[in-house]
Design a protein around this ligand. Structure first.
Ligand SMILES: Nc1nc2c(ncn2[C@@H]2O[C@H](COP(=O)(O)OP(=O)(O)OP(=O)(O)O)[C@@H](O)[C@H]2O)c(=O)[nH]1
Ligand SMILES: [Zn+2]
Length: 202
């Protein structure tokens, strides 16, 4: 699939996308018509283009490559103490309603031979959040990616999220929070390790 560089107006932000922006723009204009709007009215003239760019951004994770993200930021481990990176915010889109869900990801791992540059955990979170998701899979994919890259003794991922599809529509519950998790290796096998990780999140 062809990849293009897109520049988001006024942000200076440039990213690579596989999205056919022209086609998405046409579909966005049609969508506006279907919901009873007039895509040619002044306030909406540029909306289809903005929508296309926004969706290219919100789904850019499909085309990101784990190795490129890690970019060699692997360093020799000097111990085997647990590393915990808490409160990494994420924004994703639920695959059932195409509405946002967002919250925080907490990651813990016990190194094997390698440790990972700390910023890369946030990049890995974004790689999987910036696509259509369910919150359960988001946790599993992050954990599996860290397992693949680091070959640690174990990894635990906890995702806390709120879903606009449950707030703005549907059951319309404003205070429900969803927690999902994925535990691999020693985090799965040892209750003590899991408890140590979870105690960091309190
Ligand atoms: N497990 C899981 N479910 C999700 C997630 N995001 C949205 N959902 C749920 O997906 C389900 C889709 O249910 P359906 O009955 O097919 O769709 P719906 O009629 O729009 O459901 P309501 O939201 O109950 O109105 C709903 O229960 C949503 O709450 C997620 O990340 N994980
Ligand atoms: Zn939903």
């Amino acid at each position: 699939m062809e990849r293009k560089m897109v520049e988001l107006e006024d942000t200076g932000l440039t990213f690579e996308t596989h999205v056919d922006l022209g086609r998405l723009k046409r579909l966005a204009a049609e969508w506006l018509e279907v919901i009873g709007e007039d895509p040619s009215r002044e306030g909406l003239v540029k909306t289809p283009e903005r929508v296309a760019k926004a969706w290219a951004f919100l789904t850019r994770g499909y085309r990101q490559d784990l190795k490129a993200i890690v970019n060699g930021a692997l360093f020799p481990a000097e111990g085997s103490e647990m590393v915990v990176v808490k409160g990494i915010e994420f924004y994703s889109m639920c695959e059932h309603h195409l509405l946002p869900f967002f919250g925080q990801v907490h990651i813990g791992y016990i190194p094997g031979e390698k440790i990972l540059g700390l910023s890369k955990f946030a990049r890995i979170v974004d790689m999987f959040a910036r696509r259509l998701q369910v919150q359960e899979r988001l946790a599993v994919q992050i954990a599996e990616a860290i397992q693949e890259i680091l070959e640690p003794q174990g990894v635990g991922v906890v995702v806390e999220g709120v879903h606009l599809c449950m707030m703005m529509r549907g059951v319309e519950k404003q205070h429900s929070r969803t927690t999902t998790s994925a535990m691999l290796g020693v985090f799965r096998e040892s209750q003590k390790t899991r408890e140590e990780f979870l105690s960091h999140l309190k």
